[in-house]
Design a protein around this ligand. Structure first.
Ligand SMILES: Cc1ncc(COP(=O)(O)O)c(C=O)c1O
Length: 359
């Protein structure tokens, strides 16, 4: 049975990428060696690393004074690395709290210094993005999460601030155009739009580093990784290689500008169906709806078993909502074809017709 993969992450990757990646596990570059058994310092792998870095720079139009790193530890380690590298010993930082991932980032910053929560949507289970926030002007940095994977909310523009802007873009990087110049630091786990789990992309403005007055543990120091071209220690070679293939796929698809149009169209179609179909209702505030993660619930909870069964029988994978929100979440990352969105919409319509008869 064909599967339609709405998983929130790890998630769908382009079929061609998976095909090429699997071939490279057996025979990389026609050299009769696996990608997994050659040195990360060998020319073939150094070429992969350079190509991956080059694609990130090209696709996001990254200025020269920014470094591009492929690290390990997931976005979760960046929650700690960001304050270690940017929060001065007597300084303070600000966070906008838009859900679980922001809260985890806040927890790590609090370990290192004064951390202000300057916007918070916890009063409504994070179903909206806080607006008109008063942002102090003396922060070492301001941190926010551009797309809230669990709740299906997304900032439509970055907060206006004169402070250094730090953004967790784990679940919407490469889905839309961004102006990197606005940010001091961007980080994202690979396992949504970039590739398989295992590496974390970090984009950092070199000019903001080395100013905290702290002793930074070696592995947490961005400057160490910059000086060693992300090869201070053995990098996650497979994840970086498949990320390179996925970025190449994105470039061939027309790049970020083109995928942004496709993504917006996919989201529009599904939100229209949720708003039209009397059996479903959206979770996130309309103005803050995410293009990547569409969260919705059944109006009548007692229909859940039937709808879940229909999904399983029809090859829908990964539609279950996060436990803190319940209901459903259709994650529609770059590699999800529009045909899968159409398929889900048709299924929701079939469910409506079938169920409607009983009322
Ligand atoms: C927005 C966001 N931030 C951070 C994380 C945590 O990432 P990791 O598992 O790579 O540490 C996730 C994971 O889903 C996420 O969606």
């Amino acid at each position: 049975m064909k599967k339609h993969n709405f998983s929130a992450g790890p998630c769908i990757l382009p079929k061609k990428v998976l095909q090429k990646a699997s071939e490279s596990v057996i025979n990389f570059n026609n050299d009769n060696l696996s990608l997994l058994e050659i040195s990360h310092r060998s020319k073939p792998f150094v070429d992969v690393m350079e190509k991956a870095r080059g694609l990130v720079r090209e696709l996001l139009n990254i200025p020269k004074n920014y470094s591009i790193l492929f690290l390990q530890g997931g976005a979760s380690l960046e929650f700690l690395m960001a304050p270690y590298n940017l929060l001065t010993i007597n300084g303070r930082c600000g966070y906008i709290n838009t859900g679980v991932w922001s809260e985890k980032a806040i927890k790590e910053a609090k370990n290192l210094g004064e951390t202000l929560i300057i916007g918070n949507s916890s009063d409504k289970n994070f179903n909206y993005i806080p607006k008109n926030i008063n942002i102090p002007t003396d922060l070492d940095y301001l941190h926010y999460t551009s797309n809230n994977t669990i709740y299906g909310t997304q900032f439509k523009s970055s907060p206006e601030t004169n402070n250094i802007l730090v953004c967790d873009m784990s679940s919407d990087i490469f889905s839309q155009k961004i102006d990197v110049n606005k940010f001091g630091l961007i980080y994202a786990g690979a396992q949504k739009n970039m590739g398989p789990a295992g590496t974390t992309l970090v984009i950092v403005n070199n000019d903001i580093l080395g100013k905290t007055g702290r002793n930074i543990p070696t592995m947490l120091d961005y400057s160490v990784h910059i000086n060693k071209d992300s090869m201070f220690n053995t990098p996650p070679v497979f994840s970086i290689y498949v990320s390179m293939l996925t970025l190449e796929w994105l470039k061939n698809t027309g790049g970020v500008e083109e995928i942004e149009k496709i993504n917006k169209n996919k989201a529009k179609m599904l939100y229209e169906e949720i708003d039209r179909n009397p059996l479903f209702k959206g979770f996130a505030n309309n103005d803050d709806r995410s293009v990547m993660n569409v969260t919705f619930n059944l109006v009548e909870n007692n229909l859940q078993e039937q709808f879940d069964l229909l999904c399983v029988k029809n090859g829908i994978n990964g539609l279950k909502g996060h436990r803190s929100v319940g209901g459903y979440r259709a994650s529609m990352y770059n590699a999800l074809p529009i045909s899968s969105v159409n398929y889900l919409i048709e299924l929701m319509q079939k469910f409506e017709k079938k169920t409607w008869l009983k009322y």
